[in-house]
Design a protein around this ligand. Structure first.
Ligand SMILES: [Ca+2]
Ligand SMILES: [Ca+2]
Length: 558
């Protein structure tokens, strides 16, 4: 069952591999390691560390956990003092851990071979813990960009969030606005930004694990199809890179972000269609194309007719709320986070060379029309990666044509095509401000987001006229900040369109009255927010999706 069925032992020899991918981040500096079985090869990644030595030295052992992730389930064990001391002294390098990985919740057992290596870990039982969210694979992302001024601004934000994904490619690409020889910004500007990133990298990594090294990033930069609008004939390093990632043995999702045209993506797909036809189905399952505007005709003329099953999310209009016309498209309450005083106070001055390179409009936010294509994949607890219809920082989507389940366009919230993005603006701008702080400040002097812990499942069954109890009281903050909670109904993505009554009690506990007229099969989306008392205030979420059932009561209803 799963990848790991024949894996008896996990070798900890990858622990010092600086390129080890952190597939999981629990959001707490106390969580140190995740073991992964992938393609039959064990791997290990440190998570959320402050440097592996200092972490082990300075945090109490009882707060340290070791996560073992099998392909078919997650098994968590508390790390043992023996393991920790081995880790602290570097001896863990040679240590072998047994993994009973054939099924979920199976207990780990004591090591079978202890003689050859140093002190082995002791047996430990799984420790289900609601504050330790189940790991999910990090999205793999490839950005394709036409280098417009607003792409360059988006890239600054993108690099500050570089720890959130496995960045597999950053690719120069044309669009109907820009191509080689036509208002073209060249093929050096991404490297220039990575140079600025290199000057803040050592600071950023004090705040979160998973930031790629500048050299790792440089190796991911490729030139794609730039010679003309919609050019998809040439074999280019950028298109080849996309082919390579889509055909590799690692699982998806791979988000293919089109910040310009879709032509380099189209060229890659055409290569796969022609040279690897047997891989088409796998690529359909692996790739998700996120398009900002239709910036050439390769989506409609090539991708749609030839790849009718591939996932396509199109932000054809919604992105505009973060583009040049933002002032006219968002309410005054949100605009304040984009005006000159806010930008200068939080981002563009005194926040290091990368933020300082932001190309403003007289000091104010200029345009980041392409940012929704990656903000969608920042996992803040809104579960936006589970369905485009749920909505998150990158906006919300509906199926473009009824019955066609893989092609999406932007959705409206309360009659506004822009609200699915601006409704989160205060929170994602504050979050960005914290990243700007991370660029220059110490861990102690900067803020870090809360870790939301829902006591109970995120998917529950409810019956009409019942009460659903929701509980975030186990949530924590890595800085020890106070947390302020809020529960609200996100009506747009739910299929029950009426209003539910939410009674908020202390400490993030709420009681939701399920209406009498809710009918079986309908869904109610309930967003739980925790906002910390740090500066800037940071918010993380959970989303409980309640599905109305007829008679049998399950889940946490009563
Ligand atoms: Ca662009
Ligand atoms: Ca905090």
């Amino acid at each position: 069952m799963g990848f790991c069925k024949n894996t008896q032992y996990l070798h900890v020899d990858a622990i010092l591999d600086p390129l080890g991918s952190a597939e999981y981040c629990c959001g707490r500096p106390a969580c140190i390691a995740v073991f992964m079985c992938m393609d039959m090869r064990p791997a290990i990644a440190l998570v959320k560390g402050l440097g592996r030595r200092s972490l082990v030295d300075t945090l109490p052992c009882e707060d340290l956990r070791l996560g073992i992730r099998a392909a078919d389930g997650d098994v968590f064990v508390r790390s043992t003092p023996a393991f920790l001391s081995a880790l602290a002294t570097g001896l863990a390098l040679a240590m072998t851990l047994p993994l009973a990985a054939s099924s979920q919740n199976q207990q780990t057992t004591a090591p079978a071979q202890a003689g050859a290596g140093p002190q082995p870990p002791q047996a430990a039982a799984p420790q289900p813990n609601p504050s330790f969210p189940a790991p999910r694979p990090r999205p793999r992302v490839i950005a394709t960009t036409d280098g417009e001024i607003d792409d360059r601004d988006s890239m600054i934000r993108f690099l500050m969030y570089a720890n959130e994904w496995d960045i597999e490619g950053i690719i120069y690409n044309s669009s109907r606005f820009h191509w080689l020889g036509n208002t073209w910004s060249g093929v050096e500007w991404i490297h220039a930004q990575i140079d600025w990133y290199s000057r803040i990298y050592s600071n950023l990594r004090q705040h979160a694990d998973g930031y790629p090294t500048p050299d790792e990033l440089r190796k991911k930069v490729f030139v794609g199809n730039i010679n003309n609008v919609g050019e998809m004939e040439l074999d280019t390093p950028g298109a080849d890179r996309i082919v390579q990632v889509l055909l590799d043995d690692r699982p998806g999702p791979v988000y293919l972000q089109a910040w310009g045209g879709t032509n380099t993506i189209a060229k890659a797909l055409a290569t796969i269609q022609k040279q690897h036809p047997s891989e088409v189905e796998r690529v359909n399952q692996k790739a998700v194309i996120f398009i900002i505007l239709d910036q050439d005709d390769t989506l409609r003329k090539y991708i749609e007719p030839n790849w009718p099953k591939i996932q396509v999310l199109g932000s054809f209009r919604q992105f505009a709320v973060l583009a040049y016309g933002w002032r006219n498209l968002m309410p005054a309450e949100q605009r304040v986070f984009f005006e000159r005083p806010w930008m200068e106070g939080n981002i563009t001055t005194h926040h290091g060379p990368l933020a300082g390179a932001y190309e403003t409009s007289d000091g104010a936010f200029r345009s980041e029309g392409d940012s929704p294509s990656f903000m969608h994949q920042i996992d803040v607890g809104l579960r936006s990666l589970e369905s485009p219809a749920y909505g998150g920082w990158g906006g919300r989507f509906i199926q473009e044509k009824p019955g066609v389940t893989n092609v999406w366009k932007e959705a409206e919230d309360d009659g506004s095509i822009y609200k699915p993005i601006w409704r989160w603006a205060a929170e994602f701008q504050h979050d960005w401000a914290a990243r700007a702080d991370w660029s220059v400040k110490s861990y102690r002097d900067a803020n870090h987001p809360p870790v939301v812990a829902l006591n109970g499942p995120v998917d529950v069954d409810v019956t009409p006229a019942s009460t659903l109890k929701l509980d975030l009281s186990a949530s924590t903050d890595p800085d020890g900040d106070q947390l302020r909670y809020s529960w609200w109904q996100y009506r747009a993505p739910g299929t029950f369109k009426g209003e539910v009554i939410i009674r908020e009690l202390a400490d993030g506990v709420a009681q939701v009255q399920i209406p009498q007229d809710a009918t079986p099969g309908q869904t109610i989306h309930l967003i739980g927010e925790a906002t910390d008392s740090g500066k800037p205030p940071l918010t993380r979420y959970t989303r409980v999706i309640a599905t109305v059932r007829a008679a049998v009561r399950t889940g946490t209803t009563r």
